[in-house]
Design a protein around this ligand. Structure first.
Ligand SMILES: NC(=O)c1ccc[n+]([C@@H]2O[C@H](COP(=O)([O-])OP(=O)(O)OC[C@H]3O[C@@H](n4cnc5c(N)ncnc54)[C@H](O)[C@@H]3O)[C@@H](O)[C@H]2O)c1
Length: 363
């Protein structure tokens, strides 16, 4: 692609002004790299609510209206419900705008191909943003692992407990499309939250050659099943093995400013371990990163471990990247397909009774 970096503020539009706008917007506030020129959402109340942040921006009820308005736009922050990602992103790219898309990219490889091809044919950038790999405790965990401080890596473990009480309000309208996703076999824990966990695995230890999975289901309301208990295990090309266990604690209160996810990452090396104790919620209240070696525990007390900061930094990375074109997008559309393949391999494995599946072979 012949991308020409911008030497002026990028003219950006938010498309989708729902719950996650509250965090994605942090990259745009007080950022000289960008000028927010438009806000798009069919919901009039959302448009009025977000206009307070950007009084100069024009508002539109649809992407079509924005396209027809003649407004100059360079890039879009796409915060659409997952079922709209494929058609929505293709439409945005066809208008000639770069796209920073929220995860998960989409539900299947055919949709992912359409999106990547639309980026190539329109000569535009498609980024699938991943905020977890900008979360400072995880960034430091990666640095510590790569420094050799805990010795050669023996394996690692991720933990996720979806709890039912606490956190911020999620609008009923968001649950409607999440239920649609669940009915289509793309559950909120394994696929939606899972996108982050699988992305951190690929980011930490590289490509994966085999995945084994056992995806469970728990009915929480009549006709609504959450995809837990679930366990995934896998092996990277470099031989490192990972495991991710997902449990549901619907009656557990978890203190959180955002979603009520109790999460952990623990990398074990030959001479010690490094552990991130929390991320989205504030479950374990000791320092967010601890490193154990030689009989001593080192605790990191001064990290920016507010989960929202990872959105700010991921978004800033994108807006800066548009000015330089240098370095990894984290993630480009093509890289995001490897996260999708990882998830699809887990589903294929579970459906086949937990056999090993190579993500490269999933259709
Ligand atoms: N990175 C994370 O941790 C994280 C967390 C939550 C959500 N997300 C992702 O963010 C995206 C949005 O999630 P959300 O929770 O904000 O959903 P939401 O339902 O709260 O908001 C979606 C918004 O899109 C609007 N919309 C619907 N159709 C539209 C269209 N055709 N054009 C423009 N706007 C339209 C809706 O009116 C709504 O305001 C999803 O992809 C989701 O997976 C990511």
């Amino acid at each position: 692609m012949s991308f020409v970096p911008y030497d002026r503020p990028v003219r950006a539009a938010f498309v989708g002004l729902g719950r996650i706008y509250d965090l994605n917007v942090r990259a745009y506030l007080d950022n000289p790299d960008v000028e927010v020129v438009a806000l798009v959402d069919p919901d009039e109340k959302r448009r009025a609510q977000r206009q307070v942040d950007w009084p100069e921006a024009r508002t539109f009820a649809s992407v079509g209206e924005m396209g027809a308005s003649g407004l100059e736009v360079d890039a879009v922050e796409a915060l659409l419900p997952i079922p709209l990602h494929v058609d929505g992103v293709v439409e945005l790219l066809d208008h000639g705008w770069h796209v920073n898309l929220q995860k998960p990219m989409c539900n299947d490889l055919a949709g992912a191909s359409r999106m990547v091809e639309a980026a190539v044919s329109n000569d535009r950038q498609l980024r699938v943003m991943e905020n977890y790999i900008f979360y400072e405790p995880l960034v430091r965990l990666k640095q510590i692992v790569e420094s050799g401080d805990i010795g050669e890596v023996s394996g690692y473990h991720m933990k996720m407990v979806g709890s039912g009480l606490g956190g911020w309000e999620v609008p009923a309208s968001s649950y409607r499309w999440q239920f649609m996703q669940m009915r289509n076999g793309r559950g909120i824990l394994v696929f939606d939250d899972g996108w982050h966990k699988l992305a951190t695995a690929l980011w930490l230890f590289g490509p994966i050659r085999e995945v084994r999975a056992w995806v469970g289901a728990t009915e929480v309301y009549a006709g609504v099943e959450i995809d837990a208990p679930t366990t995934l295990v896998w092996e990277h090309d470099n031989g490192v093995r990972g495991v991710w266990d997902i449990s549901l604690a619907p009656d557990m209160y978890l203190r959180s400013d955002y979603y009520t996810n109790d999460e952990r990452w623990e990398v074990t090396g030959r001479k010690g371990f490094a552990r991130v104790n929390r991320c989205t919620g504030r479950g374990v209240q000791q320092p967010s990163l601890e490193v154990y070696t030689d009989g001593e525990m080192r605790a990191f007390h001064a990290l920016d471990d507010d989960w929202a900061s990872s959105f700010r930094d991921s978004g800033r990375h994108w807006l800066r990247w548009l000015h330089t074109g240098e370095g990894p997008l984290q993630w480009s559309g093509e890289e995001a397909v490897s996260v999708l393949r990882f998830a699809l391999a887990a589903y294929a494995s579970s459906e086949a009774g937990g056999v090993g599946v190579d993500p490269a072979t999933v259709e």
